[in-house]
Ligand binder design. Structure first.
Ligand SMILES: [Zn+2]
Length: 278
């Protein structure tokens, strides 16, 4: 990974549940501290050893990132005894990131540019690390309708700008779910943006149904097997070959190819029924 995030740790001993590991992480939930000029370290200290019935994984201020709960463990940041407005995101499958906030003369909370920038760096890094897509970076508000983070709930444009920062800035690698059309098949694959190049996972090509990803133990070389094969078919005692796939043990063949193999059969894909005629 290109970016080197400096993460300081001051882990809480009480405000978390043991988690199952980082494989649990599907969402990143953004919060604000609702304080005025607090620091990331100060927050971790507040949650350190007294039971607060709350916590988050990370706190970000203008200068530093401090971690309060390990990524593999479950922080108490978006749970509710009330109604959930998000169908999937819960404490158990998310990371909580708190941005330290300021208040203006009218008591309205805001984030400084520096805090937003550092938080964006952290979230980009976490997205890449745990393969969290941009649509799975959400606000506390999106989970429970709490006015959190207020600067991103009351100003939807500011939230949009923050999300834009997650996909456009930085020199770290980014992973985002993208629709591809591969050999005529529409599939969603992870698109990895790194050093201004696009990458995909080799294994994702299997989703097209056209390839199988192989691995040669001897040579330690990955490989691709093109599944579209010549399937021999005996027609009137004569063996012909038709392009086809073996899907879950069943052969499927290209219709046009099949008609050609039958000889002087024509196929018509015009509107209405597919017509096969001699
Ligand atoms: Zn919150």
């Amino acid at each position: 990974m290109g970016i080197k995030m400096k993460i300081n740790k001051n882990l809480t001993t009480v405000n978390y549940n043991k988690g199952s590991g980082t494989g649990r992480i599907k969402y990143i939930v953004i919060h604000y501290t609702a304080n005025n000029g607090d620091t990331a370290w100060g927050n971790t200290n507040y949650f350190k050893s007294v039971n607060r019935n709350a916590s988050a994984h990370y706190f970000v201020d203008e200068n530093e990132v401090w971690q309060c709960v390990e990524d593999k463990d479950i922080a108490w940041h978006c749970g509710t005894t009330g109604k959930y407005y998000h169908s999937c995101c819960r404490n158990a499958n998310s990371l909580g990131v708190e941005l330290c906030s300021e208040k203006d003369s009218k008591g309205k909370s805001y984030f400084t540019k520096a805090t937003v920038k550092l938080a964006a760096e952290l979230v980009r890094w976490l997205m890449a690390k745990y393969d969290v897509s941009i649509e799975n970076v959400i606000r506390h508000y999106d989970v429970t309708h709490k006015n959190c983070p207020a600067p991103f709930v009351e100003n939807v444009m500011a939230w949009g700008n923050f999300k834009d920062m997650l996909i456009t800035e930085g020199d770290d690698e980014m992973v985002c779910k993208t629709d591809f059309n591969c050999c005529g098949k529409n599939i969603e694959m992870d698109r990895i943006l790194k050093d201004s190049r696009n990458y995909i996972y080799l294994r994702d090509l299997e989703k097209t149904g056209l390839f199988r990803v192989t691995y040669n133990e001897k040579t330690k070389t990955p490989g691709l097997e093109f599944l579209l094969k010549d399937i021999p078919i005996e027609i009137d005692g004569e063996t012909k070959t038709v392009k086809g796939l073996n899907v879950n043990g069943t052969n499927i063949v290209g219709l046009r190819d099949f008609c050609n193999a039958l000889g002087n059969m024509e196929i018509d894909y015009k509107d209405g029924p597919v017509i096969i005629r001699q």
